[in-house]
Structure formats: C-alpha cells, structure tokens
Design a protein around this ligand. Structure first.
Ligand code: FMN
Ligand code: SF4
Ligand code: SF4
Length: 447
C-alpha cells in the first residue's frame, strides 16, 4: 500500500492533507476531532496581537450552488481568530503535546512593525509548534487595517516581514499568498528573497457572490449592508492551480516548497496540486461542507490511485506535471484533432450541434437523410472540443488525433513538433525563437 507520509520543511505528517487556517482550526476541540478523523496536520486559525478582533454577529457566508444544490463556491467576511491569544497559545501547546506525529503550524497576522512580529514569534515558539504561516492573504476586514492582503499586495513588505521572521525565529516560515494581485510570481519571489522557507496559496479571492434584489444589498447582508468577502471552495481551484504552476516553473522560485490551497475537495484535487509541485495541500471549504471525516476518502482515494500507478510515495509523482506547463507559444501547432461522436451513446439532444452551429464552426450535422443525426463534418471541424464540454453524456464525444491530410485545410499534417515561435505568420518569429525551450522544426513544416 502506498505511503502517504510527507516531510515538508522537515515537518513530518502522516499524510499531505492539512486543514487550512480557518474556523475548523480555531480551537482545541476542533483540531482534536480533526486529528482523530485522520488529518495529517493543521494550520491554526490566524492569531493577531492585542485585544481580540470582533466579528459581525450576523451572517458571514455567501454561497454559489450548482443546480443540485452542491456547494461550488463559498464567500466569507470572517476575520482572524476572535478568541484571546493566551487561550489559543495554551491550546496549541496542549494539542502539539498530545499529537506529536501531526503537523501543527500557527498562522499569524500582526501589524507591519518589527517589534510586533518579534514578540508574537517568541510566544508562538514556546508552544512547541512546528512552524508559522504568515497570513498575507486575507482580503477583507484586516486589509483595511494594513494587514493581510494589504501586505501580500506589496512585494517589498512581504520580503521585509519574511526577513524579520527569519531573523527572530528558528521556526520554518511559510508565507501565505493572496490571489488578489496581477502576477503571483512577484509576491512569491519576494517571499524567497526575504528568506521564507515556503509559500502557501491561495488565500481567498475578493468577491461579492450575489446581490439581494429585494433590499438591493450584497449578500451576506448585515442590517441592509454588505461588504466584499473572500471566495473559496471548488470554484477557485483552477485559479489556485494556475498560480501554483506559475510559481513552480518560475526561474526565481523554482524548487521552493509549496503548500497548495484552494478548492481541494477530493483525492484527485490533491493529486493535481501535488503533480504541480506541492508538498502538502490545505483544505478548508470541503471540511466545512462535509465534516472532518472527508479526509478519510481523500486519503484512501489517493492511496488507491498511487497503488494503481505504482507510486510508492508522494515524492514519486510530486512535480511531474510542472514540465508540461508551458507558455502558449510552445504548444505544438502540428497537433491536429477532430471530434468523434459515438452513435451508440448519443441521446440526440442536439446540444453539440447548436453550440458548434451557432457559436463556432458549423461542423456538426443535425439532420441527415431527413432523420435527426449528429455527426462531425471533418472538413469543418477545427478540433476546439466545445462539443465535448457541452455534451451531457460523458465520453460520447471524444477528440481523436488526425494524421495524413487534414480535410479542413487540404494540407498534409506534419508529424514533427512545431510552434508559434517559428511560424511564418509570426512577425516576431526570429526573436521568439531564442527563447524556445527545445529544438523546433523550421517553417515549411508548419504551413
Ligand atoms: C470562514 C473562513 C475563514 C478563514 N479564515 C482564515 C484565516 O483566519 N487565516 C487564513 O490564512 N485563511 C483563512 N481562510 C482562508 C482559508 O484558509 C483558505 O485559504 C481558503 O478558504 C481556500 O481554501 P478552500 O478552497 O479549501 O476553502 C478562511 C476561509 C474561510 C472560509
Ligand atoms: S470540436 Fe469544435 S469545431 Fe469540431 S465539432 Fe466540436 S465544437 Fe465543432
Ligand atoms: S450533445 Fe452529445 S448526446 Fe447530445 S446530440 Fe450531441 S453527441 Fe449526442
């Protein structure tokens, strides 16, 4: 059976599934139950300094549901922990003593002043925890006070605070990044320059999930008013995966340990983050939706898939997808596909036809010899796969690679790889070529 144990910054955990800093990790009772259920680690709910913050006393969540009422996206306006710091620290120390084999990271957010960081780091180190995560991500409530994403949006601040933390603590430092920026590589590079040991991402995305059309206020609504919140859950996974990939393949952050966060709900989500280089994954919404025991399905699913593939440990497949994420210009323009409809599976709903006919390439029939019949016209099909995505029957439409002459262009399809950097239509062809990552085939093949 596959070994799911991980070592991240020297911190061991029995599996890569950590609970992200959020309500599930806000108190001993929760974390105790989480560990009993099998979570490999937790990042404790963010601690601050001074007197505790005050949360709203009304609804703090908004949600986007699928047609089956499954939760797709969750929005929240909650702040950092609103419990006394002394109580939190006491509980953290006790939990770590009781669960020495689990990872226990403490999330922190204090003002951008060296003394504040120095003070809290010393107190946190006394708990015996395994590391700290700097919350530079929270996009609501705390950012207006100059913390959270207000820091995460300024690479110079990230670098400065990370450096203070490394100076004033021996604990591993993870910088948690906000996705509310233009290019995630800049904050990640700043974290590395500041000496951070790792980055974790993503924190939540600034959002308004809906507007109540009776009182014309955003939801969740507090006495007739709403405020933007932070969006998370399955809907944000694609954004998180892309940001993780950007960091994993960037020359300046290459090899930097990453803890992946954002929409992890199943073992497959976790495997995808790990394939893009993550050493652990963190989960919040899935636990809040399905309870702590959801980790058991994640762990067994991952383990079974690893067994099937012959991976003995996480390191056997970690980062395997990173090399296959490339800039668009390096995609093979000689790779030609055509859609194929399995007539046995087709229920003749017509969705593929309408999508292709109205909005794309007029490449699917609707009537043949007077009868309702859906078939791809290879001479029109550009291989875009829109039809695959709108078809309600899984695997009914598949994309198949074409060889020989492309009936659409009437030209032979070269077998060799060739990309935009050398394409004759590219006015920058020569300049672009010098950045090509691997040997390319020259122009006439790509015509
Ligand atoms: C209600 C709620 C409170 C959160 N509080 C914190 C927090 O205190 N500190 C922090 O770093 N992230 C916080 N987060 C963000 C999560 O740790 C996580 O980054 C985000 O939810 C994305 O993961 P998910 O898609 O699995 O939920 C919070 C999220 C939610 C839903
Ligand atoms: S792949 Fe695109 S072009 Fe081809 S049939 Fe499907 S929708 Fe039409
Ligand atoms: S969308 Fe799928 S099921 Fe519907 S007609 Fe097209 S191929 Fe058939």
């Amino acid at each position: 059976m596959a070994d799911l144990s991980t070592e991240f910054l020297g911190i061991r955990s029995p599996n890569p599934f950590w609970l992200a800093s959020a309500p599930p990790t806000d108190k001993e009772y929760n974390v105790q139950r989480a560990f009993e259920a099998g979570w490999g680690g937790v990042v404790w709910k963010t601690l601050g300094e001074g007197r505790p913050v005050v949360n709203v006393n009304g609804p703090r969540y908004g949600a986007i549901h699928g047609p089956d009422r499954r939760l797709l996206g969750l929005n929240n306006i909650e702040l950092i922990t609103d419990r006394e710091i002394d109580l939190n620290l006491e509980e953290i120390a006790r939990v770590k003593r009781n669960w020495p084999d689990r990872a226990l990271i403490v999330s922190l957010m204090v003002p951008c002043e060296e003394e504040s960081w120095k003070t809290i780091l010393a107190r946190v180190a006394d708990t015996g925890c395994d590391g700290v995560e700097l919350n530079f991500g929270c996009p609501h409530g705390m950012s207006e006070r100059g913390m959270g994403s207000a820091v995460g949006q300024v690479p110079e601040y990230i670098e400065m605070v990370a450096r203070w933390c490394k100076q004033h603590s021996k604990l591993p430092v993870i910088v948690k990044l906000t996705p509310n920026i233009t290019d995630i590589r800049y904050p990640a590079r700043a974290a590395r320059r500041g000496g951070a040991d790792a980055v974790s991402l993503i924190n939540t995305i600034s959002s308004i999930v809906s507007v109540d059309l009776d009182n014309f206020a955003p939801t969740p609504t507090i006495d007739g008013k709403g405020s933007h919140g932070g969006y998370c859950g399955p809907a944000v996974k694609p954004i998180a995966l892309n940001m993780v990939a950007e960091i994993a393949r960037d020359r300046e952050t290459w090899g930097m340990p990453i803890s992946g966060i954002g929409g992890v709900t199943t073992w497959r989500d976790a495997a995808e983050f790990i394939a893009l280089g993550c050493g652990t994954v963190q989960v919040c919404t899935a636990a809040m939706t399905y309870g702590f025991k959801v980790v058991q399905e994640m762990a067994s699913g991952l383990s079974e898939w690893m067994d099937e593939k012959g991976y003995r440990g996480i390191e056997d497949f970690r980062g395997r997808a990173v090399g296959n994420v490339v800039d668009w210009q390096y995609l093979n323009l000689n790779y030609v596909t055509k859609a194929h409809i399995d007539q046995e599976l087709c229920i003749k709903c017509g969705r593929c036809h309408i999508a292709c006919e109205d909005t794309s390439h007029q490449a699917i029939t609707s009537v043949v010899d007077g009868a309702r019949h859906f078939e791809v016209i290879d001479a029109e099909c550009v291989g875009c796969n829109l039809c695959v995505n709108v078809c309600p029957v899984e695997n009914c439409i598949t994309m198949e690679r074409a060889h020989g002459v492309d009936p659409r262009t009437g030209k032979p399809i070269p077998d060799a790889y060739s990309n935009w950097t050398v394409h004759p239509n590219n006015p920058m062809a020569r300049e672009a070529m010098q950045f090509a990552p691997e040997p390319v085939v020259l122009p006439d093949a790509a015509e």
